[in-house]
Write a protein that binds this ligand. Structure first.
Ligand code: SD4
Length: 320
């Protein structure tokens, strides 16, 4: 049975998978279109609170976004890190790819570029993200802190203690597709001709130091695609994972004939060797539409797949 086209993404973000599938099924649409459309669904739905606006406030209470899109046919990449006050991070990443000669724009300047491109400026905070931040502040540096007092936002609330974002204890079969059990969206789409795109979208880590950029907009770390070979995307502790370029590593292994499941596992190996407690996962697909995943630091990792052989969007899982 035909294995292409293929859509695969991290976590059971099935609406994103379905949207990417519908897009790649349309005539004249490309894998880049499909990845952008799929990730956009998560940005709008704010999948799990870790994609899009209203999640992961930084130390000063602001939500900032990281995203990337890579065209594995042309090796063009567009990415944004620490994007502020613009919701459509993957859209801005695509604009970087389509309308600039650069690869990665960051911070306020990425916002300026987005506004020039016609994206809307708006707050990324919600009541719940402000509350998360207030709770964190009260726990971390102001024991008697009262909500009615707005803290001086320039005073850093350290020491910085990031909270691991992936579930560490609650993964049981019964709740493993529950609302808390997912994170950054990373997606790979392969069309019938073997053209491949990969991308990511996230609001990063809770309570990060302002300016922190994770692995998601770093090509080879958050995602990578090479048409004719395959694609990969990562989720997890980006500060650690980006040091090992696991997505690039996985695609390199595919190029050497290693099957996707093994490529995923082998690419996480050096990370767990150096950082035995790191938490993360990788999805990998080869140009023929075979796919696999691997994870570390949780008991089980769920991801979502659509291809002719799955018949419908399917949530799959791998034990870590
Ligand atoms: C990051 N990898 O910013 C992303 C977020 C994530 O589990 O997936 N956290 O580090």
């Amino acid at each position: 049975q035909a294995l292409l086209p293929l859509v695969i993404n991290t976590w059971p973000f099935t609406n994103a998978t379905a949207e990417a599938w519908e897009t790649i099924e349309q005539r004249n649409s490309t894998p880049v279109d499909a990845v952008v459309a799929g990730c956009r669904v998560c940005q709008t739905e704010r999948c799990d609170g870790s994609v899009g606006y209203g999640g992961s406030p930084d130390e000063q209470g602001e939500t900032t976004l990281d995203a990337m899109i890579m065209n594995g046919e042309t090796f063009e990449v567009g990415a944004v890190g620490d994007l502020r006050r613009v919701k459509d991070a993957i859209g801005v990443a695509r604009a970087v790819m389509d309308y600039s000669q650069h690869t990665l724009l960051a911070g306020e300047s990425a916002t300026s570029f987005a506004l020039e491109m016609g994206f809307k400026e708006e707050s990324l905070s919600t009541n719940s993200s402000v509350q998360m931040w207030l709770d964190w502040r009260s726990r971390n540096c102001q024991p008697n802190y009262r909500k009615s007092v707005i803290p001086n936002p320039t005073k850093s609330c350290g020491p910085y203690k990031p909270r691991p974002r992936l579930p560490t204890v609650r993964q049981k079969a019964s709740d493993s597709v529950g609302p808390d059990n997912h994170d950054t969206i990373g997606m790979v789409v392969i069309d019938e001709e073997g053209k491949i795109a990969a991308g990511t979208s996230t609001n990063g880590m809770d309570h990060k130091i302002p300016g922190r950029v994770g692995d998601s907009p770093i090509m080879g770390a958050g995602a990578y695609a090479s048409s004719g070979i395959g694609g990969a995307a990562a989720t997890g502790d980006g500060d650690i994972m980006m040091r090992f370029l696991p997505s690039f590593q996985a695609v390199s292994l595919l190029g050497q004939g290693v099957p996707p499941m093994d490529a995923a596992a082998l690419s996480l190996k050096p990370i767990s060797k150096h950082y035995p407690t790191f938490v993360g996962a990788l999805i990998v697909a080869d140009v023929h539409g075979k796919f696999g995943a691997a994870c570390h630091g949780i008991s089980e990792f769920h991801y979502s797949v659509r291809s002719p052989s799955t018949g419908a969007v399917q949530v799959m899982s791998v034990k870590c």
